[in-house]
Write a protein that binds this ligand. Structure first.
Ligand code: CP
Length: 305
């Protein structure tokens, strides 16, 4: 049984094949319109989502399959005390594959251990978001032409930002990647990433507080939202939330080819005035999320043309 719980559940070769399939789907979606006929995706979202849930559902529908599920814990039997393990055992009787988002770190792993169908982690608390990483990798490879030899700025909430944690884990497997970690002191990258991955793998990185100090040298800037839902204290959130605002003036410090990615949703961290800058690719990135999830569903269900 194949599950995707962490970005490392796929080797680099498997990942390249998945991205190739996603690019082929992008070129000719009609070719794939019926490959999942008779298959069902269970979309189990215990936490709010727009992109991940809807792009998974769109992906399955684009492949000719059907979707069932819930979009909040409040409309599921979690409210009656049912465990994630019991829920997935039951859902295994109704669907062929499941995408699960949960506020607790490790929930998707727990689900996968009880599941009879492939489980995809659609975000577990502040831990991992592997399908956002697949989306990011497809975006970078499609628009930059490579996943190696890149200087990447990761900016914002690096402490709780699961998209950043997953992206680092995936990118350290490529040659000559340099990270500039841009965050306020309170939201620095967790030590399990700094010591356990970056230092252990001898990856070049440096930590800075000012976005302006990093912008001129970046190939990519990955902006993230300060996540209100991960703070225990409202005052801390209010103090941090507008720490970074990428606007047209700051973009003047960046090179002409620097791409701006953001997993979205954004709040204030990217000014809408740069949405039409050709370097701002976060809405294109959301579109790539559908292609890569189509490719992932096909891969996990072992469906080939
Ligand atoms: N990028 C992302 O995970 O967005 P949603 O929370 O809307 O799914």
């Amino acid at each position: 049984m194949n599950h995707i719980i962490s970005p490392l559940d796929m080797s680099v070769d498997e990942l390249e094949k998945l991205l190739d399939l996603a690019n082929d789907i992008e070129r000719d979606p009609a070719k794939y319109a019926h490959v999942c006929e008779g298959k069902r995706l269970a979309s189990l979202f215990y936490e709010p989502s727009t992109r991940t849930r809807l792009s998974f559902e769109a992906a399955m529908m684009n492949l000719g399959g059907k979707v069932l599920g819930f979009s909040e814990a409040g409309s599921s039997s979690a409210m009656k005390g049912e465990s994630v393990s019991d829920t997935i055992r039951v859902v295994s009787c109704y669907a062929d594959i499941a995408a699960i988002r949960h506020p607790k770190e490790g929930a998707a792993l727990v689900a996968s251990m009880a599941s009879k169908i492939p489980v995809i982690n659609a975000g577990d608390g502040g831990h991992q978001h592997p399908t956002q990483t697949l989306t990011d990798l497809l975006t970078i490879r499609s628009l930059k032409g490579r996943l190696d030899h890149l200087t990447i700025g990761l900016c914002g909430d690096l402490k709780f930002g699961r998209t950043v944690h997953s992206l680092i884990e995936a990118l350290v497997r490529y040659e000559n990647i340099t990270f500039i970690l841009i965050s306020p002191e309170e939201l620095r990258i967790p030590s399990y990433i700094r010591n356990g991955i970056l230092q252990k793998e001898n990856i070049f990185y440096r930590e800075v507080v000012r976005l302006e100090d990093a912008l001129p040298e970046l190939d990519l800037l990955y902006m993230t939202r300060v996540q209100k839902e991960r703070f225990f204290n409202e005052d801390d959130y209010v103090r941090m939330k507008d720490f970074y605002i990428l606007d047209a003036n700051k973009m003047k410090l960046a090179g002409p080819d620097m791409l701006v990615l953001h997993p979205l949703p954004r709040v204030n961290e990217i000014s809408v005035e740069i949405d039409n800058d050709p370097r701002a690719v976060y809405f294109k990135q959301a579109q790539y999320g559908v292609y890569v999830r189509m490719a992932l569903i096909m891969t996990l269900l072992d469906i080939h043309l």
